[in-house]
Design a protein. Sequence first.
Length: 339
Amino acid sequence: MAASVKDVARHAGLSVGTVSNVLNRPDTVTDATRAKVMAAIDELGYVRNEAARQLRAGMSNCVGVIVLNSSNPFFNDVAAGAEAWGADANVSVLVGNSGEIVAREKAYLDLFEEQRVRGVLLSPVGQVTKRLQRMRRGGIAAVLVDRDVAGEFSSVSVDDRLGGRLAMQHLIDMGRRRIAFVGGPLSLGQVADRFAGAAEVAGEHSDVTLEFVATDRLTLAHGRVAGERLIARAATTRPDAVFAANDLLALGLLQAITTTRSLRVPDDIALIGYDDIDFAAGAAVPLSSIAQPRFELGRLAMDLLLKEAEDPSRAVERVVLQPFLVARASTGADAVTVA
């Protein structure tokens, strides 16, 4: 049978209250008392029932994080930033992958609400406002991640419209005029903003055309399919550059293009992605990309969430970080440049 707090107290020759103070309020006991209790814990193999303690307290020491796609290293880095900041505050992170599926997102929100997590960091797929309102009334804070939404919930995001402008302007500066944007669905705010930024720049140049090529998901496989469709076109209707909504799509496009013997990147089709994941620099043709401060995004979101969990009346805060261009060989850059 597992050792209990009473067993620890009996073994240490102290009261249950003193043992409880050592576990929950160590600053209220002497070093000698603390050492005696810890020795008893080690000798008995006592393991604290954290779930029961949190149930009594009405609040968990965990935070739920729901990402759009766990196969995308961008979201892994965001989660790592949140986890690192949470660890300093003695908060654990539970990560769920919505896979860009509304039903799966709802299932994770159900789970986190049942677990009474301290708060939720969420890159939303569906309309979650009413659900997050209900959770907040129950004492669960929420912060939106990688999504800038004016409203009643705080958010930490990157200026994706600016990122779209940077990508489009770079392709134009490299001499490209028939440009395709590959990504989707547009119901994802990040995709819509990146395309909107690109469209703004295209509209400033009378000799530039911008085509939208829709994908159902933001994955490598969907990028490869989109690439196969583009390279099957006649040369006169094929774009001379592609702006992919994220790096996974761009890498799929690169695979499709480079498997043909007649087309080359960037000679025939220049290619730029978004996120600047680690795989971008190591691609067969190093991939130009719009970089986001991924780790910082998660760190700031966690910091904001913990502050709101501590003070629910705290004013809503929107933090918007700046993206930047990393130009590589896939757009014709001679060397890696950052602007």
